[in-house]
Design a protein around this ligand. Structure first.
Ligand code: NOJ
Length: 716
């Protein structure tokens, strides 16, 4: 008999339910409950998994209780939210997406896994794969942006990165793809609110990254807190048991979100804890995080006949199998045994700088304001985010302390040792007090450049951080307007560094600034990365993975909308538009400037027609006619013009990058398989329909900037 089966045969009900329970150790809390001391329960086998415990000593002490002092000696599975780094932080996930580089996405996850595993951990609650098209939702910051294909590529890269080549390795973490599914569609962008979307949108958009995570071998999946079309995901048998396990073939562990099983009562689908526990178990949830619904509810559910011991055994089997795959039975102390070398930490810090540099999106650069001229001697650095280490971390900071993250002030001082930097916060991030503005203005006179560091506080995005007003918080607009006013007419450029966990609605700011860098939250190397771009040591290359609205009333806003029967026509009142704002976003998906000037030409296809088993190579020439080396991202979209189901105006099918020196030419090739042009037909089954499809290639999702060619799909 296998180890797992022989354990199950020997386990008491309490021990089985312990394996299905995950309790927080109180080092971090993200929900309403905080667990006290769990040592006794670990020893008795009543708790078999922990979260929010870090540090090899802490982890090993608890592990020792489980392995040496519990009756069966089953090791604990210990998880933590390692979201964008652990102690050294990479940019927040939305920012990292802006790199559009799957290799970097993977490498940062690998490094985060090494660091977290060295801290004793075996699981991360990442990657977060929720496609988000409504920036009011604060959790947009944690995910891959608005596009399902990008979400799928992130899923593959992150699962590979966290899990490494073999989960058994001491530096591998089990990945937990979350939050399944469509959490990004909470009503009106309000966190935890119900989700009501069509089956088509669910499967065409929100399911796509999860299917990719499963195919890439993700060890675990976490259902979202939310209700989907009336059925809370934690109890959603159709989507957990039937779809995830049945259709997608997921064999790993399903872990509830924090207290989510107990919340089935408040959702109004369970009358008490045993009923909630039974619904979740029957749906396929193996581990109960923080609700204690399995420990205290399943015994009564068993008595009521709502679940069977076979249901419980099946969940236990999955949990023990994961522990086995992680090598925890062989060596429960492998993770955290060997401290990382100083060189490894130095290299990781360097990588954090590179990725931060790559994640920043240059939104404006009027008259080549950036990079700053080497003659710059006096710089005013004003704004509440210019020298605040802890804010640079953004949402989720793992085990990183507030200090030690490079601020813009520190980065600039290092990059411009000969320059005088006059620094003042001006105002706080979110306060009505504007008394500091005058000091900020004083600094801005007689300088060569003004750098304004504005934006949101880190905690204004992430869980429970929805916003209805998407502008700059507090008195920051007042500060910025005063600075613009003072600088107007002078030769002093005003450069804005914008920090945020979402696209902000700031058309007035973009209009008045000479240059704008959307920095998101760049992580531990923030200030160095920003200084690299400002001084031209690096060329900006980030591209926004979300559409930037020009008014909050435009949201949800995304590039892959389906066509209207009455597309906007300025001369016809009865067409699709607003009376008070343009339809176009402030910045389209994929937008981002660099220090070069790229011209696209000669779009060509290797075939004129495609059968279902064929592929086409799409090529386009690029010329960097600018004066500096730069990297360009090339996006490949399609549009199926006539199909049985109306297709989006643009569908992303691929992206690639090229770096070209000044005056240099190059060619980008992207491959497109005909099978990728299938779509969900009227009955939601995949179909391949003959007909003409547009292939559109260019620098972003603005149709006016895309080159177009056509291809014929033919029946075989
Ligand atoms: C709640 C969050 O929704 C989830 O993303 C996170 O992994 C858990 N808390 C654990 O911290």
């Amino acid at each position: 008999m296998s180890r797992v089966e022989s354990l199950i045969a020997r386990m008491t009900l309490t021990e089985k339910l312990g394996q299905l329970t995950m309790t927080a150790c109180g080092m971090a809390v993200t929900g309403p409950t905080i667990a006290g001391d769990s040592t006794a329960a670990v020893k008795s086998g009543a708790i078999g998994n922990l979260l929010n415990l870090v540090g090899p000593n802490n982890v090993h002490a608890m592990q020792r209780l489980a392995v040496k002092e519990s009756r069966l000696g089953i090791p604990l599975l210990i998880g933590y939210d390692v979201i964008h780094g652990h102690r050294i932080l990479f940019p927040i996930p939305l920012a990292e997406t802006a790199c559009f580089d799957p290799t970097l996405w993977e490498v940062s996850a690998r490094e985060a896994a090494k660091e977290a595993a060295a801290d004793g951990l075996a699981m991360t609650f990442a990657p977060m794969l929720d496609v988000a098209r409504d920036p009011r939702w604060g959790r947009s910051a944690e995910g891959p942006g608005e596009d399902p294909l990008v979400g799928a590529r992130i899923a593959e890269a992150k699962v590979r990165g966290f899990q490494g080549a073999d989960l058994r390795q001491a530096d591998a973490l089990a990945a937990c793809a979350k939050h399944y599914c469509a959490y990004g569609c909470v009503t009106a962008g309000r966190d935890y609110a119900p989700v009501d979307i069509s089956e088509r949108t669910l499967h065409e958009v929100h399911m796509v990254p999860f299917a990719a995570a499963v195919a890439a071998g993700a060890a675990a999946i976490m259902p979202s807190f939310t209700d989907l079309n009336g059925i809370p995901m934690t109890a959603n048998q159709a989507l957990l048991h039937d779809w995830l396990r049945g259709r997608l073939g997921f064999e790993g562990v399903i872990i509830s979100d924090y207290n989510a099983i107990a919340e089935l009562i408040r959702h109004g689908i369970a009358g008490d804890l045993p009923e909630a526990a039974a619904l979740a178990l029957k749906a396929g949830v193996d581990i109960d995080m923080m609700a204690d619904a399995y420990r205290y509810g399943l015994p009564a559910a068993l008595e009521r006949g709502a679940v069977t011991i076979a249901d419980i055994d099946q969940a236990v089997r999955r949990v023990l199998t994961l522990k086995e795959r992680l090598g925890l039975f062989e060596d429960p102390f492998a993770r955290g045994r060997t401290p990382e070398s100083a060189a490894a930490l130095r290299d990781r810090r360097h990588l954090a700088r590179v990725i931060a540099t790559r994640s920043i999106v240059m939104l404006k650069n009027q008259d080549d304001t950036l990079p700053l001229k080497s003659t710059v001697r006096r710089v005013a650095l004003v704004g509440p985010l210019s020298d605040d280490s802890s804010e640079m971390r953004g949402v989720w900071w793992g085990a990183a302390p507030p200090e030690g993250h490079v601020t813009v002030l520190a980065g600039l001082r290092e990059a411009l040792p000969g320059a005088q930097i006059l620094h003042a916060p001006g105002v706080a991030i979110d306060s009505a007090d504007f008394s500091g503005i005058s000091q900020g203005l004083d600094h801005c006179s007689a300088v060569d450049a003004i750098i304004l560091c504005l934006g949101e506080a880190a905690i204004m995005s992430g869980e429970a951080s929805s916003r209805s007003y998407l502008g700059l918080p507090g008195s920051q607009r007042r500060l910025a307007e005063a600075v613009f006013e003072q600088a107007r007419g002078s030769a002093t450029p005003v450069i804005v560094i914008l920090f945020s966990g979402r696209p902000l609605v700031v058309p007035w700011l973009v209009e008045q600034a000479d240059a704008v860098l959307a920095a998101w939250f760049p992580g531990s190397e923030a200030g160095n990365a920003i200084a690299d771009l400002i001084t031209g040591r690096a060329s900006p290359s980030g591209r926004t993975p979300v559409t930037w609205p020009r008014a909050a009333g435009q949201v949800p806003i995304f590039f892959s909308e389906r066509p209207s029967g009455r597309p906007f026509n300025a001369t016809d009142r009865f067409t699709s538009k607003y009376l008070d704002v343009a339809n176009e976003p402030l910045f389209p998906f994929g937008f981002g400037l660099n220090f070069g000037r790229f011209e696209f030409s000669n779009l060509r296809l290797s075939a004129a027609s495609l059968g279902i088993d064929d592929a086409v190579t799409v090529q386009v020439d690029l010329l960097n006619s600018g004066a500096r080396e730069a990297q360009e991202t090339v996006f490949l979209f399609t549009h199926d013009k006539v199909a049985s189901v109306s297709r989006p105006k643009l569908e992303l099918k691929g992206f690639a990058q090229i770096t070209l020196g000044p005056g240099n030419k190059g060619t980008v090739s992207l491959s497109l398989r005909a099978s990728e042009l299938r779509f969900l037909g009227m009955d939601l089954a995949a179909v391949f329909e003959p007909g003409e499809v547009d292939i559109l290639v260019g620098p972003c999702a603005d149709r006016t900037q895309l080159l177009v060619a056509s291809i014929h799909l033919v029946a075989n």
